[in-house]
Design a protein. Structure first.
Length: 416
């Protein structure tokens, strides 16, 4: 984490968070460039000497500056929509390093990705194989294909972000995978290049990854015996981060366990999202007012669930950092937003002395923060700023109220 206290004031790298809030206003997303670079290198270092491709999962944080930074570090990208592909290309990402995941790719998205020349489609169903073959045939192209296998392992994470169980919608059941591969190999406009899996997100243990990868390798060997030779194995994303007291393996520890399982002739593809960006980010809000109803003390910020959904959607516990260090001690309070929903909270039962006008930051907000934000209650979305050393760059302007209804229109007079 790149934040720390200096003279009792919260800093991100060498920038004072209070000064940034003054300059750019609140709510404000701040990202540390150094933190992203270090996280990327933590994956890249142990992979040296292996054929590999780190495909950053764009959904975690899709700001063009973040994508551009990762592209410059050599990253590929894991996308789940045509919109994400367009972002990657606008940010200077190389389409040849893109893998395209997702259970519901449209024909238009397939055509867009085929024309862009992506590395491969991570196909999630037999229906998708047929559709992709047809779209590629129309364009006179051959689609590179990996099949996403559902290995039926328990990722031991929150049920909304577990994806590798047989009751989940993702992937093709591993028992049905050999048939799907045979079918893919028989379709003239598909070329089978790999196998992939993604078992869930915010995993804090290595064992479920190991179990899943072992099953994939068994499948790969079986396919090879059937004459279907793969060139890559995509182990997905999912490595957890420490928000408060979790102790996930580091990328190096995780890779030390999983890389030896994978035959050296296979290119290792990874799809980390959260682990690259979560702890680079802070969401900063200002206290509008406080209230004590005799039962509970509430600290009401100018930011809430519309800017950061994770606490209410996943009961996620994210660190609360008063911008003035001393305010991290104080009466037990709920940190809430202004949105008209009971679920509009960012933290519960935290010691916090902040009063009107004070600033409070939420840590770990670099992943699935801004990308999941909304304009609910007609709240313009936050500004985003990239910090590097003592410099700060606005990478997304704060929305205006006019942005809120751009594209809407009044009914014609005659229609009422
Ligand atoms: N690959 C695929 C196919 C995925 O579905 C995902 C995440 C990733 C990679 C990246 O996973 P990561 O390394 O970030 O764990 N909004 C939730 C997380 C949803 C994850 C969805 N898929 C949250 O805020 O916890």
């Amino acid at each position: 984490m790149m934040h720390r206290y200096q003279n009792q004031q919260l800093m991100l790298e060498d920038c004072s968070v209070a000064a940034l809030a003054e300059r750019f206003g609140t709510p404000l997303y701040l990202y540390s460039q150094v933190a992203i670079e270090q996280a990327f290198n933590a994956f890249a270092e142990p992979l040296k000497g292996r054929k590999h491709l780190i495909c950053y999962a764009v959904k975690a944080n899709s700001n063009l500056a973040v994508l551009n930074l990762l592209a410059r570090l050599g990253a590929g990208f894991d996308i789940v929509s045509g919109g994400e592909l367009a972002r990657v290309m606008a940010a200077g990402g190389d389409p040849a390093k893109v893998v395209f995941s997702g259970v519901g790719k449209t024909r238009a998205e397939m055509a867009q990705a085929l024309k862009a020349g992506i590395h491969c489609f991570n196909v999630e169903s037999v229906a998708e194989l047929d559709r992709l073959n047809a779209v590629a045939a129309e364009l006179g192209l051959v689609a590179p294909v990996s099949i996403r296998v559902n290995p039926d392992v328990d990722a031991k994470t929150h049920p909304y972000i577990a994806t590798g169980l047989k009751e989940n919608k993702f992937g093709i059941d591993i028992r049905m995978a050999p048939d799907a591969f045979r079918k893919a190999a028989s379709l003239p406009h598909l070329k089978v290049v790999g196998v992939d899996c993604h078992i869930g997100s915010q995993l804090t243990q290595t064992q479920p990854f190991v179990d899943a990868i072992k099953r994939l390798i068994e499948l790969e060997q079986q396919l090879q015996a059937d004459g279907i030779v793969l060139s890559h194995l995509d182990i997905g994303g999912g490595l957890g981060v420490s928000y408060t007291d979790e102790q996930p393996p580091t990328p190096a520890q995780y890779l030390a366990q999983v890389l030896p399982l994978i035959p050296a002739n296979l290119t290792v593809v990874l799809e980390p999202g959260r682990a690259l960006v979560a702890n680079a980010g802070l969401l900063v809000g200002r206290v509008e007012m406080t209230k004590d109803n005799g039962f509970k003390r509430f600290v009401i910020l100018d930011t809430g669930m519309n800017d950061l959904m994770r606490p209410t959607l996943y009961q996620a516990v994210m660190p609360v950092l008063a911008v003035k260090e001393a305010q991290n001690q104080g009466p037990v309070s709920d940190l809430v937003g202004p949105v008209c929903e009971t679920g509009d909270w960012l933290a519960k039962d935290v010691p916090l002395a902040a009063e009107e006008g004070d600033l409070v930051a939420i840590g770990g907000a670099g992943a699935y923060g801004f990308t999941m934000s909304s304009q609910y209650n007609s709240r313009p979305r936050a500004a985003e700023v990239m910090v590097r050393g003592d410099e700060a760059l606005l990478i997304r302007q704060r929305e205006t109220v006019e942005n809120l209804w751009a594209g809407e229109q009044l009914l014609p007079e005659a229609s009422c």
